[in-house]
Design a protein. Structure first.
Lengths: 111, 117
């Protein structure tokens, strides 16, 4: 079956680094996406991984290991505006390329 | 970058009213659009997949006669909530994907907050 797991909530300090993990099980893996969603707003695209390794984009980096069914989103130099939910989603080739969504990780940044 | 426009942003109406929500891809052609619903503090729930020129594919448990989807062009999909009731109050979000699905993310509209009194 299909399953995406990520922690429900994490807390970090302004200026620090935080890693949000995501594990997945899917039969037709075709890429993994990270989205950011502020409360009351729609998700915005952060990163995409389809091959193993690290993708860096400014303060945000995303890592993928397909053999382990594992990804993480790394946020550096945390700012208060980074307080949001971070959604891990896996595209499934066998579901017409739909995204299978995790429940999201609520990240709380403290001063 | 790819922009998806969703309208209206807020709707407050009486029970029994039908509400239409529009989703437009502004600078790309979207053969596939997705409609999601999100209740407070819960994750996105896919309602249906809308394909241009064909019938929408609804997820299990979603009533197709209540949530009417029309995808008449490559840049526009509409969701009509027919005879809405208070339990239909939610945050509805559309997303669109360009024709080549190989490495393109879904781009989201800003969402529509629907409140049925």
């Amino acid at each position: 079956g299909q399953n995406i797991d990520q922690p429900t909530e994490m807390t970090a300090t302004e200026g620090a680094i935080v890693q949000i993990n995501c594990t997945y099980q899917t039969s037709g893996f075709n890429g993994l996406f990270w989205y950011q969603q502020h409360a009351g707003e729609a998700p915005t695209f952060l990163s995409y991984n389809v091959l193993d390794g690290l993708e860096e984009k400014g303060r945000f980096s995303s890592f993928l290991s397909r053999s382990k069914g594992y990804s993480y989103l790394l946020l550096k130099e945390l700012q208060m505006k980074d307080s949001a939910s971070y959604l891990c989603a896996v595209r499934d080739r066998e579901s017409n390329y739909q995204l299978i969504w995790g429940a999201g990780t609520k990240l709380i940044i403290k001063p | 970058g790819a922009v998806v426009s969703q309208h209206p942003s807020w709707v407050i109406c009486k029970s029994g009213t039908s509400v239409k929500i529009e989703c437009r891809s502004l600078d790309f052609q979207a053969t596939t659009m997705f409609w999601y619903r999100q209740f407070p503090k819960q994750s996105l729930m896919l309602m249906a997949t809308s394909n241009e020129g064909s019938k929408a594919t609804y997820e299990q448990g979603v009533e197709k006669d209540k949530f009417l989807i029309n995808h008449a062009s490559l840049t526009l999909s509409t969701l009509t909530v027919t005879s809405a009731h208070p339990e239909d109050s939610s945050f509805y979000i559309c997303s669109a994907r360009e024709w080549d699905a190989s490495n393109q993310p879904q781009h989201f509209g800003d969402g529509t907050r629907l409140s049925i009194l």
